[in-house]
Ligand binder design. Sequence first.
Ligand SMILES: Cc1cc2nc3c(=O)[nH]c(=O)nc-3n(C[C@H](O)[C@H](O)[C@H](O)COP(=O)(O)O)c2cc1C
Length: 177
Amino acid sequence: MKILAICGSLRAASLNAMLLRAAARLAPPDMAILVYEGMAALPLFNPDLDLTPPATVLDLKAQISAADAVLIASPEYAHGVTGVMKNALDWTVSSDVFVNKPVIVFNASPRATHADAALREILGVMSAKILETASVKLPVIGAGLDEDGMLSHPDIAEILKAALLAAKTELQSFPLD
Ligand SMILES: Cc1cc2nc3c(=O)[nH]c(=O)nc-3n(C[C@H](O)[C@H](O)[C@H](O)COP(=O)(O)O)c2cc1C
């Protein structure tokens, strides 16, 4: 199973990015989590360019299409989805890359309910299938942990492992390429 992990923060010390890298290290042997590295290179969405998108956008869509599932971890900014995350999603709206695509949503800040709900709404309107049993809240923001700290934190590591196993189980009910 190939999972594309997308982070909605460009911050060098992003906790959401660390969480995705920690998840990649905890993935079961038959699951590969690849962290998408192209977020900062995506131009601002412009519908005029949608028919002939730049190479960075074509690459994003190709990576989503090739993945069996997408894993998203994104912060909340001012009670909304970050512009970075929304921009990436807007580039995919006119295509079918998210139609029936299994998506796992990690919320690294359990108090950040607005962005989580908005992100789910956006994914829903694009006909993505949110894997609910794998989409977990993790008490990461404010815990003072780095990637290794998340992996050695008993609660966080346990939630991550359980989420990935739940994703595996849910994905087994989807037809994989
Ligand atoms: C501009 C800005 C707005 C923020 N707004 C919220 C918010 O509305 N709700 C919240 O829970 N956290 C908010 N935060 C805190 C972020 O969730 C927190 O900084 C988080 O660590 C950012 O994710 P990252 O570490 O992956 O970059 C905000 C942070 C920034 C920089």
